[in-house]
Design a protein around this ligand. Structure first.
Ligand SMILES: Nc1nc2c(ncn2[C@@H]2O[C@H](COP(=O)(O)OP(=O)(O)OP(=O)(O)O)[C@@H](O)[C@H]2O)c(=O)[nH]1
Ligand SMILES: [Mg+2]
Length: 424
């Protein structure tokens, strides 16, 4: 699947009851996924599936129609825009005599193509091996039928596949332990950052919304931002100083998409977890997307399933230079967040976003005043945890005014803080 190239015959599947608009949007999204892979769609067919066919998923007659189109257009492969079982895939391949990929395989290929860091590579390799494993088993079943022979004696091919399957299992185990190791390293780094007490924000949202563009606009991160889906697969964190002098952390991470394959969610869960451990989330929405409202709802559901939606504080409505439709736009504006309208590519909304971030951090900080003996090391202790505003000496005492995270202040004031949900 990582070697997808060339031309594609696209089969869109319309489930019963799906509206024209929903099926148009679904096909448009699949086309952007394919163009991210630089695959050219030579022909497209769309079918309504009334009842899933065990053998082919689509109906037998529909499969015959695809076969005719395959003969007429000779694509390098057929992409079917839904999730099909390994067995259905293998039946379709046998009928069409070209490789068949489903939506999960397409997204896996994009992740595979875009994975740059060692950790992203490990995660995607594991997801790919897990995707392939049942497909091997299925080929084995086909082979048994063909070569089972007398009393089901094992054929040569079948034995070879068993061996391959064992190798895949070993590979999955090795990858899992390598991922575990690198996620432990990241955890240590994360704990060090948390200890530093810096307030952290994570940029989240649908793929291609402009998260990396925002990280670049606010810091000197210089991460890749391009008009491709899933350009970012790694969490990148940078620090920046807000207009109120507060130093904070900002992370960029992998984007969401509707029906993200479960295998990929699992594969990237440790990367996502890191981003979602931030103190506050900045949801980025793309106003130029034909289904901006749907993408926002998907982001909301994804965050809810990861138990992180309550952390969202700011909604950046990006790409307001090319708003697609006013209904989605008004829907986004009506959300209950600090709203920033932006065209980040041109730097519009940059200042408003920084101000919104100040506002979001305000809730988590407080001003304290500590008086200690002039000979104490209070200044050096406090400067590690807080921004010092003023220092006043009188006789043998020193009074320091400082701005500090609410969760750290009890260390100096002795007052326990009421905990509020969503804030560390
Ligand atoms: N028209 C317009 N395009 C923008 C704006 N901001 C970003 N873009 C473009 O949108 C595309 C995607 O931007 P990225 O920053 O890579 O988006 P992302 O959310 O990081 O995407 P992934 O990492 O792929 O999930 C790029 O081609 C950007 O140049 C904007 O304000 N207006
Ligand atoms: Mg990105």
């Amino acid at each position: 699947m990582s070697a997808m190239e060339g031309t594609v015959l696209l089969v869109s599947v319309r489930e019963m009851g799906m509206s024209d608009r929903a099926s148009f949007l679904k096909e448009a999204e699949m086309r952007s996924l394919l163009s991210t892979l630089e695959l050219q769609v030579v022909y497209a067919l769309s079918f309504t599936v009334r009842e899933k066919n065990n053998q082919f998923y689509i109906g037998k007659g529909q499969a015959e129609t695809v076969k005719e189109a395959v003969l007429a257009y000779s694509p390098d492969e057929v992409v079917i825009d839904t999730s099909i079982s390994p067995r259905q895939e293998s039946h379709l391949e046998k009928l069409f005599e070209v490789p068949v990929s489903d939506r999960e395989a397409v997204i896996l290929s994009i992740f595979f193509q875009n994975a740059r860091s060692r950790e992203a590579r490990l995660q995607i390799e594991k997801a790919e091996a897990e995707y392939l494993r049942p497909r091997l088993a299925d080929r084995e079943a086909n082979l048994s039928q063909q070569r089972g022979g007398v009393r089901g004696a094992k054929g040569e091919g079948e034995r070879r596949i068993e061996l391959q399957r064992r190798r895949i299992d070993e590979r999955i185990r090795a990858l899992a332990s390598a991922i575990q190791e690198s996620s432990e390293v990241r955890n240590i780094q994360r704990q060090a950052r948390m200890k530093a007490g810096l307030f952290s924000f994570a940029l989240v949202g649908y793929t291609n919304a402009g998260k990396s563009t925002i990280l670049n606009a606010l810091t000197d991160a210089d991460v890749l931002a391009e008009d491709k889906l899933f350009a970012t697969l790694d969490t990148v964190t940078r620090s920046l100083k807000l207009p109120n002098g507060q130093k904070v952390l900002l992370s960029d991470t992998v984007g969401f998409i509707s029906d993200l394959p479960a295998g990929l969610v699992k594969a990237f869960s440790s990367t996502l977890e890191e981003a979602l451990s931030a103190d506050a989330l900045i949801i980025v929405a793309d106003a130029s997307h034909p289904d901006a409202a749907g993408c926002f709802r998907n982001t909301k559901e994804t965050l809810e399933s990861l138990n992180a939606y309550h952390k969202a504080k700011i909604l950046v409505i990006n790409k307001t230079d090319s708003i697609y439709d006013d209904i989605s736009y008004s829907y986004l504006k009506s959300q209950d967040f600090i709203i920033v309208e932006a065209s980040m590519k041109e730097g519009i909304g940059r200042k408003e976003l920084l101000d919104a971030m100040c506002k979001a951090t305000d809730e988590a900080y407080e001003d304290i005043e500590v008086t200690e003996s002039a000979s104490s090391d209070i200044i050096s202790r406090l400067s590690a945890d807080a921004s010092i505003r003023t220092i006043e000496y009188s006789d043998d005492t020193v009074t320091v005014k400082a701005r500090i995270r609410k969760n750290i202040s009890p260390k100096y004031t002795g007052k326990p803080q009421p905990s509020s949900p969503g804030w560390k």
